[in-house]
Write a protein that binds this ligand. Structure first.
Ligand SMILES: C[S@@+](CC[C@H](N)C(=O)[O-])C[C@H]1O[C@@H](n2cnc3c(N)ncnc32)[C@H](O)[C@@H]1O
Length: 205
């Protein structure tokens, strides 16, 4: 990925780009250095408590007034929410249209879901609550026509937001969310598969 980015930047004539591989929950950047943090289709890979840690890291590295933009799948498997029902129904219909390969994919996903190895998308209300809880201002979450959504927020100073993320779980989703974690273990190694969660986790919502 780094090499791909480097080549793309070079071919576009951009020579002030540095690429590093690191975990979203432990950015190798000093405080208040960034004007903009963008995450594209990454955070659904993280369990909810690590999403909050990633938001805390974004807040830490952003300059006051800096912008956070998250594009990701934004839905949960909560049948109580109309949009969630619609997203799941569209996905099921698309898989069904593919015939046996679609059914096979559905079975594989169901197995991963049941065994806790599926992805961890969160819905708009979770993101809205999480961003506010982490001390972001001007929070806006927009749903796209498909499963995706875009969350945009502005940072306050890290000291103003200190401690916001680590102490409280986000519990906006009736079907559950991250629960009862503490500041300990807020740094983890890169990648969900290598990262042993510090507390029991709930599955995708
Ligand atoms: C669905 S891909 C999206 C890749 C790319 N952002 C794009 O839009 O095409 C999800 C990516 O998140 C990365 N990822 C998973 N856990 C991560 C973490 N803790 N920190 C940073 N990246 C992570 C995976 O390695 C993978 O490359």
């Amino acid at each position: 990925m780094n090499e791909y980015l480097r080549v793309k930047a070079t071919s576009a004539g951009i020579d002030n780009v540095t690429t590093v591989a690191a975990s979203a929950v432990s950015l190798p950047l000093v405080d208040e250095i960034a004007d903009l943090v963008v995450s594209n289709y990454c955070l659904h890979e993280l369990r909810h408590d690590d999403k909050l840690r990633a938001l805390a890291e974004a807040m830490r590295v952003l300059k006051p007034g800096g912008r956070l933009v998250i594009g990701d799948m934004m839905f949960s498997l909560n049948p109580m929410h109309a949009r969630d029902r619609q997203v799941v129904a569209v996905k099921l219909a698309a898989l069904a249209r593919r015939g046996p390969p679609g059914v096979w994919r559905l079975l594989k996903n169901a197995t991963r879901l049941v065994s806790g190895r599926w992805e961890y998308p969160a819905n708009a209300s979770w993101w809205d609550e999480a961003l506010r809880q982490c001390g972001f201002d001007r929070v806006r979450v927009e749903m796209l026509a498909h499963e995706g959504g875009i969350a945009i927020a502005q940072s306050r100073s890290a000291s103003a937001a200190a401690g916001c993320c680590e102490l409280r779980p986000v519990a906006v989703d009736a079907a559950g969310g991250s629960r009862g974690f503490s500041a300990e273990g807020a740094r983890s190694d890169y990648g969900r598969k290598e990262h042993a969660p510090t507390t029991p986790q709930s599955g995708p919502k």
